[in-house]
Ligand binder design. Structure first.
Ligand SMILES: *[C@@H]1O[C@H](CO)[C@@H](O)[C@H](O)[C@H]1NC(C)=O
Ligand SMILES: *[C@@H]1O[C@H](CO)[C@@H](O)[C@H](O)[C@H]1NC(C)=O
Ligand SMILES: *[C@@H]1O[C@H](CO)[C@@H](O)[C@H](O)[C@H]1NC(C)=O
Length: 739
């Protein structure tokens, strides 16, 4: 027994020894490869490159760092790049006799490692090449060379110089083939060598046609897909070439395919993993929670009201409620909508002084959105801001930590994900069409629904974003403005940022807020927000439904019953009452209180009041939705067993009781199954007297409460009258439900 355990232990020990020996060999192999890239400065793409390298324990040597780019102006379109060749040539000099050593060269700004060096070298050795370049589908920069290229059995035919690997002697021979100046084209240089048949065979110079190692994305974006190994305990996402059935080890977002790399880069190199979520989110994270107010980054907060926006008062309040020291915020407001002038004035009067400074541009100034946005960037720089935070009037930052959390994320540009509740409309695009407009990405809905949480590199964002002001100082402001052809300001700005290879991140790591929908907002109405129950349900509810409304359903509470079968429930806010009265008084066409009533189908009302019907102010559909959504559940809760969904109601109106006009109403039945009666103003304050008396029970409700609803059966038992108003004006909202 003991013996077997011992021998087992020994076997394990031997195994460990063997393993450590093997790993020492393999780490030696890794020493046998040099990795180079060229980069002059730290772009977002280069940070991503280094992050992917670090993920697989690769430490590339960076050539050209801190220098001016010498490889020609337009590196974006790949022209030039001879400098890269010359830098590498020089770097390899000390190793020129190193016959067994490999060198791997990759571009830096648009490349990601997807594997470790051992796998890369192993794959390279399988090809039996001494020099191997990545391949692509276009013959570039000299198309006339097409016919000189051998046709491969499978895969891409043409050489791309962004990724290559080889033994040092052969690579040096290639680099030394002929001199080239820094601004010459490196791809043409290598192409000519490859097309030289003698050189090709002598150097064992091959192309990786089927992306065993190198995946150039340009011309192949529809061939690659993300692939998850589901069988693994901690699966990661790999890149798979669905045409060649390979799993490339290095990916290059060359030319116009860089947006595809940005999308893939959200997942690759373990940036995001199904079981671990967003790993790259943690990179560079700053902790601001322990900082004192004066240590917080200086923010330039720019508010833009470019269109009439529902629930603007709440939106502004949420901006004020952001938990960030106001004395570290310069505030800029551009209000381009006259209708909102009083809202902005209220806000400024209440809170303006709290901020470090305030600059206002009003609707009367007549400045365009484009200029206002550009101006705010200039002002940010003038104030030596560290962060620029742009917030549009449709952006509701419900999470008061939003600004701090975004600042802590430490990205050049980062937006909080904002979505129209229940809709697919958000403040970012997952992909672009070739002409730069909206396209849906494979993961758009997952992100919008926050089924996946993380930090997503996307091609377009708007409505609210934070920019590190270092970016604004880095470039000529002409490259960073909001004007571009006749594009919208946000589209122009994002296109300009994309041209500078700045990554646009949108975060849904936590919930930040939502967008309101301004499309049906009609400011020709006197109280336009009241009409938003359909399109901005959530905000409507927040403003207009009583905060105690949920208490109506509290099982531990008995509903209030001031008279037999007359129930009393909090339902709407004082703001609702105020707005509804305003809606009616603004309309102003109160009925004359006579029996003749043209508004009714019969043309006759037995017990007339001074009133205005909902359909006269275009608010009937809204009212019916209110009945269905908020009144019906209370009815079902109180009068159990009666269901009628949606409730039907033809008579919906606001009544005005007023001495000298109509101060009371004689006893009557209602033509309803049940009636609701909402008090719109306050007894003792707005009027005296009034109330409702139920005759059968000799019971009156006179201490009505603003925003509270009485609900009672309409006929037979609840014969009732409107009591005399002796002073002031009393308003009530009535509906005869299910007549
Ligand atoms: C913020 O990001 C920059 C650039 O990526 C980095 O140099 C810096 O170290 C980061 N800050 C912190 C606190 O990590
Ligand atoms: C802005 O970016 C620079 C450069 O990456 C970084 O050093 C700095 O800390 C960032 N500033 C803030 C306030 O995050
Ligand atoms: C009705 O109630 C009032 C006050 O509660 C009382 O004064 C009156 O006598 C009652 N009338 C009848 C008919 O019971």
């Amino acid at each position: 027994m003991k013996n077997t355990i011992l021998s087992r232990l020994m076997r394990i020990e031997i195994l460990i020894l063997l393993l450590s020996y093997l790993t020492s060999i393999s780490s030696k192999q890794i020493d046998d490869i040099l990795v180079y890239t060229v980069a002059t400065s730290e772009t977002d793409g280069f940070k991503r490159y280094l992050e992917s390298a670090a993920e697989y324990n690769i430490q590339p040597t960076v050539l050209g760092w801190g220098q001016e780019w010498k490889g020609g102006e337009d590196i974006r379109h790949r022209a030039g790049g001879g400098w890269k060749v010359n830098l590498l040539k020089e770097a390899l000099q000390p190793y020129k006799d190193d016959k067994d050593r490999l060198v791997l060269f990759t571009d830096g700004y648009d490349v990601m490692f997807l594997s470790n060096l051992r796998t890369i070298t192993d794959e390279f050795k399988k090809t039996e090449a001494r020099v191997l370049f990545g391949a692509e589908s276009a013959c570039w920069p000299d198309e006339t060379l097409t016919s000189l290229y051998p046709v491969p059995k499978q895969g891409k035919r043409f050489l791309n110089s962004g990724l290559y690997i080889g033994y040092i002697p052969e690579i040096l021979e290639l680099l030394n083939r002929k001199p080239l100046v820094d601004t010459d084209d490196d791809q043409l240089f290598f192409t000519q060598a490859y097309l030289d048949e003698k050189m090709r065979s002598q150097l064992k110079f091959k192309l990786d046609h089927t992306s065993q190692i190198f995946q150039n994305l340009n011309g192949a974006i529809n061939e690659v897909e993300l692939f998850t190994e589901n069988e693994k305990e901690n699966p990661e996402l790999h890149l798979q070439n669905a045409v060649t059935h390979t799993r490339p080890l290095i990916v290059h977002g060359n030319g116009p395919s860089k947006l595809k790399l940005n999308a893939l880069g959200n997942y690759l190199a373990r940036a995001w993993m199904p079981n671990q979520g967003c790993r790259h989110c943690k990179r560079g994270h700053i902790d601001l929670q322990k900082k004192t107010a004066s240590e917080m980054p200086l923010v330039y907060l720019a508010l833009f009201i470019e269109q009439a926006s529902p629930f603007l008062e709440e939106q502004l309040q949420k901006v004020y409620d952001l938990e960030y020291p106001k004395k570290r915020i310069h505030l800029f407001i551009h209000n381009g909508v006259k209708y909102h002038t009083p809202h902005v004035a209220d806000f400024v009067e209440k809170y303006g002084k709290a901020y470090l400074s305030l600059k206002q541009i009003t609707a009367e100034d007549g400045i365009s959105e484009w200029s206002a946005r550009d101006l705010s960037l200039d002002q940010c720089l003038l104030k030596e801001c560290e962060l620029y935070f742009s917030v549009d009037s449709v952006s509701h930052l419900d999470n008061p930590h939003t600004l701090r959390l975004l600042a802590e994320q430490n990205r050049t540009v980062v937006a909080p994900l904002l979505v129209r509740p229940g809709k697919a409309w958000s403040n970012f695009w997952g992909a672009l069409t070739t002409d730069g407009f909206y396209a849906r990405s494979h993961d758009y809905m997952d992100i919008v629904h926050s089924d996946k949480r993380g930090l997503w590199n996307v091609p377009f964002l708007s409505n609210c974003y934070l920019i590190n002001a270092t970016l604004l100082r880095q470039y000529d402001r002409a490259k960073l403005n909001h004007v571009r052809g006749n594009l919208d300001a946000d589209m122009a700005f994002c296109a300009n940022l994309r041209d500078l290879d700045v990554f646009l991140f949108v975060s849904n790591r936590v919930d930040f807020g939502h967008l309101v929908n301004p499309e049906s907002y009609d400011i020709t109405r006197s109280t336009p927000d009241m009409y938003q129950i359909f399109d901005n349900e959530r905000d409507w509810e927040e403003r207009y439904i009583h905060s105690d409304y949920p208490e109506n359903f509290n099982p531990d509470k008995k509903p209030l019953q001031p008279c037999p079968d007359v129930y009393w429930s909090p339902i709407v806010t004082k703001r609702f009452c105020k707005d509804l009265i305003q809606m009616m008084e603004n309309f102003g066409k109160w009925s004359d209180g006579k029996n003749q009533d043209d508004r009714l189908t019969g043309g006759y009302e037995a017990v007339p009041t001074r009133d205005i019907h909902m359909n006269q102010v275009g608010w009937e559909p809204h009212w019916l939705l209110f009945l269905q959504r908020y009144v019906r559940p209370i009815q079902e809760h109180i009068f159990t067993g009666y269901f009628h969904d949606p409730p039907r109601s033809l008579m919906n109106f606001v009544v005005r009781y007023k001495p000298g006009e109509q101060p009371s109403l004689r006893p009557h039945h209602d033509s309803s199954t049940y009636t609701i009666n909402i008090a719109l103003n306050e007894v003792g304050q707005d009027y005296e007297g009034g109330g409702c008396r139920f005759i059968r029970y000799n019971c009156s409700v006179t201490d009505t409460k603003e925003g509270w609803m009485l609900m009672h059966p309409g006929r037979l038992t609840h014969y009732h009258e409107g009591l005399l108003v002796t002073k002031g004006v009393r308003y009530i909202m009535i509906a005869f439900v299910d007549p």
